[in-house]
Design a protein around this ligand. Structure first.
Ligand SMILES: Cc1cc2nc3c(=O)[nH]c(=O)nc-3n(C[C@H](O)[C@H](O)[C@H](O)COP(=O)(O)O)c2cc1C
Length: 145
């Protein structure tokens, strides 16, 4: 798949992520041109110059009836911290699977854990985008323009 880049500000989600064991940074984006699904991705926080590994969920979280809009949720691997208000850039490198409605929360947790294993494997075979300057917006990923 051609790498796709998404930039947005981290906003509050429904607060379920921590309870599920997979906290996510929910990105508010102005436009989105990629299909719903779960992706392996690189993410860069505006305050940082290096890329972090992540698994990204895009969709309306159909396991839960109360989500009616499309969410871009980024689970940054091996990261904990408060990112609200931060700008982040995501580069999607590969589709793991379609978004789906799990029968229960246990199924969602199991599915997400499996996604992370696949994501790590995909990222180990896909190097991070080219080094970036300190300021956001200076990165150019091959094939994105
Ligand atoms: C790797 C990953 C895969 C996900 N896959 C699904 C999915 O297939 N179906 C779904 O309903 N939600 C999926 N989600 C979204 C979760 O439902 C969501 O992160 C959780 O409800 C927390 O949302 P919150 O941040 O709004 O509290 C996924 C999240 C992650 C991080």
């Amino acid at each position: 798949m051609q790498a796709l880049r998404i930039t947005g500000t981290v906003v509050h989600g429904d607060g379920r992520g921590h309870g599920l064991g997979f906290p996510t940074a929910n990105l508010q984006v102005s436009e989105l041109s990629c299909p719903d699904g779960v992706y392996a991705a690189w993410v860069r926080l505006a305050a940082e110059s290096s890329w972090r590994e992540a698994t990204v969920s895009i969709g309306d979280n159909p396991t839960f009836d109360d989500v009616t809009d499309t969410r871009v949720e980024c689970h940054i691997h091996d990261f904990s911290g408060d990112l609200y208000g931060a700008m982040a850039t995501i580069v999607l490198v590969g589709l793991i699977r379609e978004m789906r409605a799990f029968g229960d929360v246990a199924g969602l947790i199991e599915g997400t854990a499996a996604d992370l294993l696949i994501s790590r494997r995909m990222l180990s075979a896909s190097p991070p985008p080219t080094p970036c300057a300190e300021s956001a917006g200076d990165c150019v990923e091959p094939g994105l323009e």
